[in-house]
Write a protein that binds this ligand. Structure first.
Ligand SMILES: [Zn+2]
Length: 311
């Protein structure tokens, strides 16, 4: 009986894979270094070997694997990574390459989309049919699921929530545009804003929390706010205001049942969610019977990508 699946989360730093059962539980997980720069062939060989090792270590015959799913960065269409700058992939038929090496059917999705699907089936969106994930990290990643289906667009480039433009002519973004959501609401943006505020305000308590600018992380401004520091509070307010603009735009367009916020900053819990919900409610429309999108923190962390890929 082929009841198991393997989900692979391919990243620029690590390749993580998990053996997933029919209840979307990860039975065994393993991760190796991506070791870039390398050829796509070498990376695919590692993925295939990792899948076999997982089965060996879980004492499950490789024959019992029904299929393999891969989540990869980049623009993905019909099993091909059209472009993924950090991996050096260009029109790389990743699904076929891993299928040939493993003899298994292989599906390939964008990593943000896979993580959103993982949260929908096994995390904060369990039992729902629509969800948008907003993952706050180096950039802002995410994915859109409507009617249990990943929205990829006609060209595979949909769901890049980090690149919706929330300020005309705003901060320059790595994608070439200006004013993208991620230039205000990534962890990198929050850290940069915290550092700039510290330089402008030598009296701020932020200097006690982070003795040098290198000590600043995504938590520093929130910690300063909890101490009642004005400068820190202004940084957090601006961050949450901009986050609310992006989240509100997503809600107005698609009205999903759930929007989940993931990434390190989600650990702030209610310090993030309560003001975010208040601002979003003030600038979005409710639907029938006053129903509104629920904004929550993601619950699966890095496992979301593995489970979503397996699904
Ligand atoms: Zn952008």
């Amino acid at each position: 009986m082929s009841t198991y699946r393997i989900g692979v989360d391919l990243g620029g730093t690590n390749i993580a894979a998990g053996l997933v059962d029919e209840n979307y539980c990860i039975l065994k997980k393993k991760s190796i270094k991506t070791n870039l720069p390398r050829t796509a062939e070498a990376i695919c060989e590692d993925i295939a070997a990792l899948c076999r090792t997982l089965c060996d270590e879980a004492n499950i015959a490789f024959d019992n694997i029904a299929h393999i799913g891969i989540g990869s960065p980049g623009i993905i269409c019909r099993g091909v990574v059209n472009s993924a700058a950090n991996l050096g992939f260009h029109n790389t038929p990743l699904a076929d390459m891993v299928a040939k090496l493993t003899g298994k059917p292989v599906s390939l999705k964008n990593d943000g989309n896979a993580a959103a699907l993982g949260e929908l089936v096994a995390g904060c969106g369990k039992g729902k049919s629509s969800l948008i994930a907003v993952t706050i990290g180096t950039g802002v990643g995410g994915g859109v699921i409507l009617n249990n289906t990943i929205i990829e667009g006609f060209n595979g480039a949909a769901g890049e929530v980090g690149h919706i433009i929330i300020e005309a002519g705003g901060r320059p973004c790595g994608c070439g545009a200006r004013g993208c959501f991620e230039t205000y609401c990534s962890a990198s943006a929050l850290i940069r804003d915290t550092k700039e505020a510290m330089i402008a305000h030598p009296e701020s308590a932020l200097h006690t929390l982070a003795p040098t600018l290198d000590d600043v992380n995504g938590k520093t401004a929130f910690d300063g706010m909890r101490l009642g520091d004005e400068t820190a509070t202004a940084v957090v307010d601006h961050f949450i205001n901009m986050l609310a603009v992006g989240v509100s735009s997503l809600i107005q367009l698609l009205q999903p049942e759930i929007i989940c916020i993931g990434g390190g900053v989600a650990a702030e819990g209610d310090y993030l969610l309560l003001p975010l919900r208040e601002k979003v409610v003030a600038q979005t429309l409710a639907g029938a019977d006053g129903m509104r999108t629920t904004i929550v923190c993601a619950t699966l962390g890095n496992d979301a990508g593995i489970i979503g890929a397996a699904v």
